[in-house]
Design a protein around this ligand. Sequence first.
Ligand SMILES: [Zn+2]
Length: 156
Amino acid sequence: MDHPTHLEHPLHEQGPHALPPDQMAALVAAALAAQERAYAPYSRFAVGAAVQTASGQIFLGANIENAAYPLTICAERVALFSAYAANQREIVAIAVVTPTPSYASPCGACRQVLLELAPHSTVLLLNQAGDYRRTTPQELLPAGFGATDLERAKNL
Ligand SMILES: [Zn+2]
């Protein structure tokens, strides 16, 4: 497998949650390791995710399928929910790897969850070689529905 190359240099990280290069590399490696935990006997599309929290912890996720297909859950949500269940709610970054030569984007459900649970995070979309494209929850789900919409309704 080719050595990972990165489209954007980590030193150019900006925003409230900038990851140092060594942490970025660790997160990428964690996502690739998480991918091996996927339970995807139906799609055979193994996805791995790794969430970095402000405390320095990394939480792993993989897609978990079910014979009753709609019960399947994506890797991103497994990782995010694991972090929240461990009371680690300051999400710095999330890396997601798909078994594809180019980058695959999170599904709509995961975009909605990312926007609410990890609004200030850096999102790394990895291909199978570990190359990544960096994005944000806001870029993935522009004009997304959120808690402020519910609050506005209360003030009518
Ligand atoms: Zn998803």
